[in-house]
Design a protein around this ligand. Structure first.
Ligand code: UD2
Length: 311
Protein backbone atom coordinates (compact mmCIF):
# COMPACT_ATOMS: atom_id res chain seq x y z
CA UNK A 1 0.00 0.00 0.00
CA UNK A 2 1.30 3.45 -0.90
CA UNK A 3 0.30 6.26 1.45
CA UNK A 4 0.86 10.02 1.31
CA UNK A 5 0.83 11.99 4.56
CA UNK A 6 0.53 15.75 4.18
CA UNK A 7 2.08 17.47 7.17
CA UNK A 8 3.91 14.20 7.71
CA UNK A 9 6.89 15.88 9.38
CA UNK A 10 4.67 17.58 11.95
CA UNK A 11 3.47 16.48 15.37
CA UNK A 12 0.53 14.21 14.49
CA UNK A 13 1.58 13.51 10.89
CA UNK A 14 4.94 12.08 11.95
CA UNK A 15 3.28 9.66 14.38
CA UNK A 16 0.97 8.48 11.57
CA UNK A 17 4.02 8.15 9.29
CA UNK A 18 5.78 6.07 11.95
CA UNK A 19 2.83 3.67 12.21
CA UNK A 20 2.59 3.36 8.42
CA UNK A 21 6.31 2.57 8.18
CA UNK A 22 5.90 0.02 10.98
CA UNK A 23 3.14 -1.65 8.96
CA UNK A 24 5.43 -1.86 5.94
CA UNK A 25 3.56 0.66 3.81
CA UNK A 26 5.32 2.76 1.21
CA UNK A 27 5.18 6.25 2.68
CA UNK A 28 5.43 9.70 1.10
CA UNK A 29 5.75 12.56 3.56
CA UNK A 30 4.61 15.83 1.97
CA UNK A 31 5.49 18.83 4.12
CA UNK A 32 6.51 22.46 3.63
CA UNK A 33 8.65 22.31 6.79
CA UNK A 34 7.20 25.57 8.10
CA UNK A 35 6.64 23.86 11.44
CA UNK A 36 7.45 20.25 10.52
CA UNK A 37 10.95 18.95 11.29
CA UNK A 38 13.20 16.33 9.70
CA UNK A 39 14.09 15.05 13.18
CA UNK A 40 10.44 14.07 13.73
CA UNK A 41 11.11 11.40 11.09
CA UNK A 42 14.26 10.03 12.71
CA UNK A 43 12.27 6.92 13.76
CA UNK A 44 12.90 5.64 10.24
CA UNK A 45 16.38 4.47 11.21
CA UNK A 46 14.73 1.86 13.45
CA UNK A 47 13.12 0.29 10.40
CA UNK A 48 15.85 -0.80 8.00
CA UNK A 49 14.54 -1.52 4.53
CA UNK A 50 11.48 0.67 5.02
CA UNK A 51 10.27 3.03 2.34
CA UNK A 52 9.83 6.67 3.36
CA UNK A 53 10.24 9.45 0.84
CA UNK A 54 10.19 13.12 1.83
CA UNK A 55 8.73 15.62 -0.62
CA UNK A 56 9.05 19.30 0.27
CA UNK A 57 5.96 21.14 -0.89
CA UNK A 58 2.95 23.16 0.15
CA UNK A 59 -0.65 21.96 0.13
CA UNK A 60 -1.68 25.38 -1.20
CA UNK A 61 0.24 24.51 -4.41
CA UNK A 62 -2.04 22.25 -6.44
CA UNK A 63 0.65 21.11 -8.89
CA UNK A 64 2.98 20.06 -6.10
CA UNK A 65 0.24 18.09 -4.33
CA UNK A 66 -0.86 16.47 -7.56
CA UNK A 67 2.69 15.31 -8.35
CA UNK A 68 3.27 13.97 -4.83
CA UNK A 69 0.09 11.86 -4.61
CA UNK A 70 0.45 10.09 -7.99
CA UNK A 71 0.20 6.35 -7.48
CA UNK A 72 -0.93 6.59 -3.84
CA UNK A 73 -3.82 4.50 -2.55
CA UNK A 74 -4.73 6.82 0.29
CA UNK A 75 -3.85 10.18 1.84
CA UNK A 76 -3.76 11.24 5.47
CA UNK A 77 -4.25 14.99 5.22
CA UNK A 78 -2.69 16.49 8.36
CA UNK A 79 -1.06 19.62 6.89
CA UNK A 80 -2.48 22.88 8.27
CA UNK A 81 -1.55 26.08 10.00
CA UNK A 82 -2.57 24.61 13.33
CA UNK A 83 -3.12 27.90 15.11
CA UNK A 84 -6.46 29.44 15.96
CA UNK A 85 -4.66 32.68 16.83
CA UNK A 86 -2.85 32.93 13.49
CA UNK A 87 -6.14 32.34 11.68
CA UNK A 88 -7.69 35.27 13.56
CA UNK A 89 -4.72 37.51 12.73
CA UNK A 90 -4.68 36.62 9.03
CA UNK A 91 -7.74 34.72 7.79
CA UNK A 92 -6.82 34.75 4.06
CA UNK A 93 -3.35 33.32 4.72
CA UNK A 94 -4.59 30.41 6.84
CA UNK A 95 -7.48 29.83 4.41
CA UNK A 96 -4.85 29.08 1.72
CA UNK A 97 -3.42 26.21 3.74
CA UNK A 98 -6.40 25.04 5.75
CA UNK A 99 -9.30 25.26 3.28
CA UNK A 100 -7.78 25.55 -0.19
CA UNK A 101 -5.12 23.04 0.86
CA UNK A 102 -7.84 20.47 1.58
CA UNK A 103 -9.59 21.20 -1.70
CA UNK A 104 -6.26 20.69 -3.49
CA UNK A 105 -5.76 17.35 -1.76
CA UNK A 106 -9.26 16.21 -2.76
CA UNK A 107 -8.93 17.42 -6.34
CA UNK A 108 -5.47 15.86 -6.69
CA UNK A 109 -6.93 12.59 -5.39
CA UNK A 110 -9.77 12.69 -7.91
CA UNK A 111 -7.37 13.34 -10.79
CA UNK A 112 -4.74 10.81 -9.81
CA UNK A 113 -6.70 7.70 -8.88
CA UNK A 114 -6.31 8.02 -5.11
CA UNK A 115 -9.30 6.25 -3.57
CA UNK A 116 -9.37 7.47 0.03
CA UNK A 117 -8.70 10.70 1.95
CA UNK A 118 -8.60 10.78 5.75
CA UNK A 119 -8.69 14.31 7.09
CA UNK A 120 -7.50 15.92 10.33
CA UNK A 121 -10.56 17.95 11.27
CA UNK A 122 -10.92 19.66 14.65
CA UNK A 123 -13.22 20.16 17.62
CA UNK A 124 -12.86 23.84 16.68
CA UNK A 125 -15.82 23.36 14.32
CA UNK A 126 -18.10 23.25 17.39
CA UNK A 127 -17.03 26.65 18.74
CA UNK A 128 -18.61 27.43 22.09
CA UNK A 129 -22.06 26.03 21.48
CA UNK A 130 -23.12 24.88 24.96
CA UNK A 131 -24.13 21.31 24.14
CA UNK A 132 -21.89 18.93 26.11
CA UNK A 133 -20.59 16.31 25.50
CA UNK A 134 -20.10 16.89 21.80
CA UNK A 135 -21.53 14.19 19.59
CA UNK A 136 -21.17 13.92 15.84
CA UNK A 137 -24.50 15.62 15.29
CA UNK A 138 -23.92 18.44 17.82
CA UNK A 139 -24.44 21.90 16.33
CA UNK A 140 -21.48 23.26 14.41
CA UNK A 141 -20.65 26.88 15.22
CA UNK A 142 -17.02 27.78 14.46
CA UNK A 143 -15.71 30.84 16.31
CA UNK A 144 -12.51 31.31 14.33
CA UNK A 145 -11.39 31.24 10.70
CA UNK A 146 -9.47 28.10 11.69
CA UNK A 147 -12.72 26.37 12.74
CA UNK A 148 -14.48 27.63 9.63
CA UNK A 149 -11.69 26.30 7.37
CA UNK A 150 -11.83 22.91 9.06
CA UNK A 151 -15.59 22.80 8.66
CA UNK A 152 -15.65 23.84 5.01
CA UNK A 153 -13.00 21.18 4.43
CA UNK A 154 -15.33 18.60 5.90
CA UNK A 155 -18.15 19.81 3.63
CA UNK A 156 -15.83 19.32 0.63
CA UNK A 157 -15.02 15.82 1.85
CA UNK A 158 -18.73 15.00 1.73
CA UNK A 159 -19.10 16.56 -1.72
CA UNK A 160 -16.12 14.72 -3.17
CA UNK A 161 -17.71 11.51 -2.04
CA UNK A 162 -21.15 12.36 -3.42
CA UNK A 163 -19.93 13.84 -6.68
CA UNK A 164 -16.83 11.80 -7.49
CA UNK A 165 -17.14 8.70 -5.30
CA UNK A 166 -13.90 9.35 -3.41
CA UNK A 167 -13.97 7.62 0.00
CA UNK A 168 -13.56 10.36 2.61
CA UNK A 169 -13.25 10.36 6.39
CA UNK A 170 -13.19 13.40 8.65
CA UNK A 171 -11.66 12.86 12.09
CA UNK A 172 -12.47 15.75 14.40
CA UNK A 173 -9.59 15.77 16.84
CA UNK A 174 -10.10 17.07 20.35
CA UNK A 175 -7.02 18.19 22.36
CA UNK A 176 -4.19 16.01 21.12
CA UNK A 177 -0.97 15.78 23.15
CA UNK A 178 2.23 13.76 23.12
CA UNK A 179 5.89 13.70 22.10
CA UNK A 180 6.97 16.01 19.21
CA UNK A 181 4.31 18.63 19.93
CA UNK A 182 5.94 22.02 19.55
CA UNK A 183 5.71 24.14 22.72
CA UNK A 184 7.30 27.26 21.24
CA UNK A 185 4.30 29.56 20.78
CA UNK A 186 2.14 30.97 23.59
CA UNK A 187 -0.76 29.36 21.69
CA UNK A 188 0.82 25.90 21.58
CA UNK A 189 -1.10 23.12 23.31
CA UNK A 190 -1.28 23.66 27.05
CA UNK A 191 0.29 20.26 27.84
CA UNK A 192 3.31 20.92 25.62
CA UNK A 193 3.83 24.29 27.32
CA UNK A 194 3.37 22.99 30.88
CA UNK A 195 5.61 19.91 30.49
CA UNK A 196 8.40 21.85 28.79
CA UNK A 197 8.38 24.62 31.39
CA UNK A 198 8.21 22.24 34.35
CA UNK A 199 11.09 20.19 32.92
CA UNK A 200 13.12 23.42 32.77
CA UNK A 201 12.24 24.23 36.39
CA UNK A 202 10.07 27.18 35.35
CA UNK A 203 6.67 28.27 36.63
CA UNK A 204 3.46 27.85 34.66
CA UNK A 205 0.52 30.16 34.02
CA UNK A 206 -3.14 29.24 34.08
CA UNK A 207 -5.46 31.57 32.21
CA UNK A 208 -8.58 31.75 34.38
CA UNK A 209 -9.45 29.65 37.42
CA UNK A 210 -8.18 26.36 35.98
CA UNK A 211 -11.67 24.88 36.00
CA UNK A 212 -11.92 24.94 32.21
CA UNK A 213 -11.77 21.41 30.93
CA UNK A 214 -10.72 19.62 27.78
CA UNK A 215 -10.82 16.13 26.30
CA UNK A 216 -7.09 15.41 26.13
CA UNK A 217 -6.24 12.53 23.82
CA UNK A 218 -2.81 10.96 23.51
CA UNK A 219 -1.34 11.10 20.00
CA UNK A 220 -1.01 7.30 19.75
CA UNK A 221 -4.79 7.01 20.15
CA UNK A 222 -5.25 9.51 17.34
CA UNK A 223 -2.98 7.31 15.21
CA UNK A 224 -5.18 4.34 16.07
CA UNK A 225 -8.28 6.25 14.88
CA UNK A 226 -6.53 7.04 11.59
CA UNK A 227 -5.44 3.44 11.03
CA UNK A 228 -8.96 2.16 11.71
CA UNK A 229 -10.31 4.64 9.16
CA UNK A 230 -7.76 3.41 6.64
CA UNK A 231 -8.35 -0.27 7.23
CA UNK A 232 -12.10 -0.43 7.92
CA UNK A 233 -13.69 2.20 5.68
CA UNK A 234 -13.90 1.40 1.97
CA UNK A 235 -16.70 3.63 0.69
CA UNK A 236 -18.80 6.67 1.54
CA UNK A 237 -18.21 9.80 3.60
CA UNK A 238 -17.83 9.43 7.36
CA UNK A 239 -17.14 11.80 10.24
CA UNK A 240 -16.14 11.03 13.80
CA UNK A 241 -15.28 12.92 16.94
CA UNK A 242 -11.92 11.69 18.16
CA UNK A 243 -11.36 12.14 21.89
CA UNK A 244 -10.69 9.98 24.93
CA UNK A 245 -14.15 10.83 26.24
CA UNK A 246 -13.09 12.18 29.63
CA UNK A 247 -13.05 15.77 30.86
CA UNK A 248 -9.85 16.91 32.57
CA UNK A 249 -9.66 20.43 33.93
CA UNK A 250 -6.39 22.33 34.17
CA UNK A 251 -6.23 22.01 37.95
CA UNK A 252 -6.56 18.23 37.64
CA UNK A 253 -3.93 18.27 34.92
CA UNK A 254 -1.52 20.13 37.19
CA UNK A 255 -2.06 17.71 40.07
CA UNK A 256 -1.30 14.76 37.75
CA UNK A 257 1.89 16.54 36.61
CA UNK A 258 2.80 17.21 40.23
CA UNK A 259 2.48 13.47 40.94
CA UNK A 260 4.59 12.51 37.90
CA UNK A 261 7.37 15.04 38.47
CA UNK A 262 7.20 14.60 42.25
CA UNK A 263 8.01 18.21 42.82
CA UNK A 264 6.17 21.39 43.68
CA UNK A 265 5.08 23.28 40.59
CA UNK A 266 4.71 27.05 40.82
CA UNK A 267 1.39 27.99 39.27
CA UNK A 268 0.37 31.58 38.49
CA UNK A 269 -3.29 32.28 37.88
CA UNK A 270 -4.14 35.19 35.62
CA UNK A 271 -7.13 36.47 33.61
CA UNK A 272 -8.89 34.07 31.28
CA UNK A 273 -8.03 34.46 27.61
CA UNK A 274 -10.71 36.29 25.65
CA UNK A 275 -12.70 33.84 23.59
CA UNK A 276 -11.45 30.85 25.57
CA UNK A 277 -13.85 27.93 25.68
CA UNK A 278 -14.77 26.73 29.16
CA UNK A 279 -15.88 23.21 28.39
CA UNK A 280 -14.92 20.75 25.68
CA UNK A 281 -15.37 17.01 25.80
CA UNK A 282 -16.73 14.44 23.39
CA UNK A 283 -18.70 11.27 23.64
CA UNK A 284 -16.66 8.98 21.37
CA UNK A 285 -19.31 6.19 21.18
CA UNK A 286 -19.73 6.46 17.41
CA UNK A 287 -16.13 5.69 16.52
CA UNK A 288 -15.96 3.03 19.24
CA UNK A 289 -19.08 1.32 17.92
CA UNK A 290 -18.48 1.66 14.18
CA UNK A 291 -14.70 1.27 13.92
CA UNK A 292 -13.81 -0.58 17.13
CA UNK A 293 -11.76 2.34 18.44
CA UNK A 294 -10.27 1.52 21.85
CA UNK A 295 -8.40 4.50 23.26
CA UNK A 296 -5.57 3.01 25.24
CA UNK A 297 -4.00 5.91 27.14
CA UNK A 298 -5.54 7.82 30.02
CA UNK A 299 -4.30 11.39 30.42
CA UNK A 300 -1.95 10.20 33.17
CA UNK A 301 -0.53 7.33 31.09
CA UNK A 302 -0.01 9.61 28.11
CA UNK A 303 1.62 12.25 30.30
CA UNK A 304 4.04 9.70 31.77
CA UNK A 305 5.18 8.71 28.26
CA UNK A 306 5.48 12.35 27.23
CA UNK A 307 7.47 13.33 30.34
CA UNK A 308 9.82 10.38 29.79
CA UNK A 309 10.37 11.40 26.16
CA UNK A 310 11.38 14.90 27.27
CA UNK A 311 14.09 13.61 29.61
C1 UD2 B 1 -7.67 23.68 21.01
C2 UD2 B 1 -6.72 23.52 19.85
C3 UD2 B 1 -7.03 24.47 18.77
C4 UD2 B 1 -8.48 24.39 18.38
C5 UD2 B 1 -9.33 24.62 19.64
C6 UD2 B 1 -10.80 24.45 19.31
C7 UD2 B 1 -4.59 22.72 20.64
C8 UD2 B 1 -3.20 23.08 20.92
N1 UD2 B 1 -5.37 23.74 20.27
O1 UD2 B 1 -7.47 24.90 21.67
O2 UD2 B 1 -6.23 24.16 17.64
O3 UD2 B 1 -8.76 23.14 17.79
O4 UD2 B 1 -9.01 23.63 20.60
O5 UD2 B 1 -11.58 24.75 20.37
O6 UD2 B 1 -5.00 21.58 20.70
N2 UD2 B 1 -3.83 27.57 28.83
C9 UD2 B 1 -3.28 27.98 30.03
N3 UD2 B 1 -1.95 28.22 30.08
C10 UD2 B 1 -1.13 28.08 29.01
C11 UD2 B 1 -1.70 27.65 27.79
C12 UD2 B 1 -3.05 27.41 27.73
O7 UD2 B 1 -4.00 28.15 31.03
O8 UD2 B 1 0.09 28.32 29.15
C13 UD2 B 1 -5.27 27.27 28.79
C14 UD2 B 1 -6.03 27.93 27.66
O9 UD2 B 1 -6.39 29.26 27.98
C15 UD2 B 1 -7.22 26.98 27.54
C16 UD2 B 1 -6.63 25.61 27.91
O10 UD2 B 1 -5.41 25.88 28.58
O11 UD2 B 1 -8.21 27.30 28.48
C17 UD2 B 1 -6.34 24.75 26.71
O12 UD2 B 1 -5.61 25.52 25.78
P1 UD2 B 1 -5.01 24.93 24.42
O13 UD2 B 1 -4.44 26.07 23.68
O14 UD2 B 1 -4.12 23.78 24.73
O15 UD2 B 1 -6.26 24.29 23.70
P2 UD2 B 1 -7.66 24.90 23.22
O16 UD2 B 1 -8.68 23.91 23.64
O17 UD2 B 1 -7.86 26.29 23.67
Amino acid sequence: MKICITGGAGFIGSHIAEECVKKGYEVIVFDNFSTGKKENLSFVKNFPGSSLKIVKGDVADYKAVSKAVKGCNAIFHEAAVASVQKSIENPPATFESNAKGTLNVLEASRNNGVTKVIFACSAAIFGDHPEIPKREDSPVLPKSPYGADKYISEVYLRLYNELYNLTTVSLRYFNVFGPRQDPSSPYSGVISIFTTRIAQGKDITVFGDGKQYRDFIFVKDVVQANMLALEKIHSGFHYYNVGYGKATDLNMLISILQKIYQKEITVNYTDARPGDIKESVTDPSKIIKELGFTPGYSVEEGLRILVESLQ
